[in-house]
Design a protein around this ligand. Sequence first.
Ligand code: NAD
Length: 339
Amino acid sequence: MKAVGINGYGTIGKRVADAVSCQDDMKIVGVTKRTPDFEAKMAVEKGYDLYISAPEREGLFKDAGIEVSGTINDLYDQLDIIVDCTPEGVGAQNKANIYEKKGLKAIFEGGEKHDQIGQSFNSFSNFDDSIGADYVRVVSCNTTGLCRTLNPIKNLAGIKKVRAVMVRRGADPGQIKKGPINAIVPNPPTVPSHHGPDVQTVMYGLNITTMALLVSTTLMHQHNLMVELNNSVVVDDVIDALEKTPRVLLVEASKGIGSTAEIMEYARDVGRPRGDLFEIAVWKESVNIVEGELYYMQAIHQESDVVPENVDAIRAMLEMESDSVKSIEKTNKNMGIIE
Ligand code: NAD
């Protein structure tokens, strides 16, 4: 059993902790919190050993009556790998100031910059390049969503060029300080957005240009893709390829799943933990080929789609599995991802 720690038990960190805990070849040795809030209390109630990431804040945890196992300095030596789920920019500092000095392998999330970590990861695109690696960044939720569906399409028909317009959620459901509340915001207002170059960090050489805007929703991101193909295929070939791809779920508006709200309702109805949807949902009706160009629409549950990828990244970096297909299968089975 490989020993895994989580630095930053927030939106992504708590989900990665649970995903690791249900695997049979790795376990969570400890999670860290900076603030003694309800998440810290729940981590302890769930049975995780809790460590304080800012040792000078120990008194706050005592005052809040939250039992801790020590500070983060007590955790490092127990670990084979740490998954850094701290807010954007903190991970890169931790890499330089702590993990490299300790010789501790670390995974970072999409808020960190590719250049500062050196290697980016997506299970379907470039698993092999992270085998044995010390520092790996799991690409962002949007990039993960793009890669999940573009990979099978590339394998099916070859890709000449991708253009994507991405409608991004303004905030996560638990965030009260972000927006917009009532606006549509080109974000960034410049073209292309950073998402295309981010895809290229894992799908090397892909010709992709992206535009993005923020809207007043917290549930999911939504993507609109236009893909020029190298080889001629028909719509059914594309649907078939997407249906066979793990972590991609075909949904149908005609069956009542015509919006991100209904996708989230579906995830709750099938009993997913926290109502998460780890798969990328593609609207079956949206898949069309017009004059040789493929069009489709998809939705991304930003809080959870990267979670299984983190588990696969652990396997690659600790050389527990050299075959991406086997790792994906194992992760999915243990997390209850059936698609
Ligand atoms: P979050 O704010 O929900 O959680 C971050 C956690 O880190 C919190 O528990 C916070 O208390 C703790 N923390 C804050 N400062 C810290 C510090 N200096 N040291 C240690 N811990 C600290 O953030 P999140 O949404 O989980 O994002 C984490 C990473 O995942 C970011 O890189 C983000 O870009 C990426 N990501 C987020 C989403 C999303 O939609 N939320 C999706 C994909 C990737």
